[in-house]
Design a protein around this ligand. Sequence first.
Ligand code: MN
Length: 262
Amino acid sequence: MNTIDRRTILGTGALALAGAAQSRPAAAQAGPKPMFPVAAITIPIVGETDVFQVRRIYCIGRNYAAHSREMGSDPTREPPFFFQKPTDAIQNVAIGTVADHPYPSLTRNYHYEVELVAALKSGGTNIPVEQALDHVYGYAVGLDMTRRDLQRAMGDEKKPWEIGKSFDHAAVLGPIHPAAKTGHFSKGAISLAVNGAVKQSSNLLNMSWNVAEQVAKLSEAFELKAGDIIYSGTPENVGPVVKGDVLLCKIEGLPDMSIKIV
Ligand code: MN
């Protein structure tokens, strides 16, 4: 076989393959299917029949300073730090309900952390602060539930505190409210009550790093994408719950979110 013949045959073969691919039925084109399918993790969106599919859950650590942002930016503030929870740690809580939330295994010091949650419709890397809110689709009231004893014990041993933060049902949140309707959340009261007694009470103004800054900083470390959600950090006065406790979370401008520890 000479070179020209070989080219001709290869070319014909490629064309034949291309033709075969085009004529294949749609089902065959889909390729291999998961042997053990896993459900998509989604969050309801208020006012929409479609849902928000979750890609990643990012959380901001220690994001409320004792002093107000209105006192001026603090040059000594620490850079924000991040951790993640597994996507399937999400527990959706419907408006107007008190959802049962299971007290998790291994802990004897199970803590609440009420937080504003931002949900992204797009992303990127090295996003400028001025453009960061363009990527935010909406907001929800969230609870970053924490096995505090395990978190502290691991921290004390300089081990990853994943087991204190990343477990089943650890990412509780209400439905997402589109920012197109609510606007963006840079200020407003945020609080948490246990059995009617207010435990955490602050204002979103007190966040050391606001949502735009969180998105910008996160995008330096990770490529953000649609479906990412960000727990914005909790105000002071976190504390423990026991079975039977009812938690009521409030963020000004969003409906309340409530769970019962069972
Ligand atoms: Mn937190």
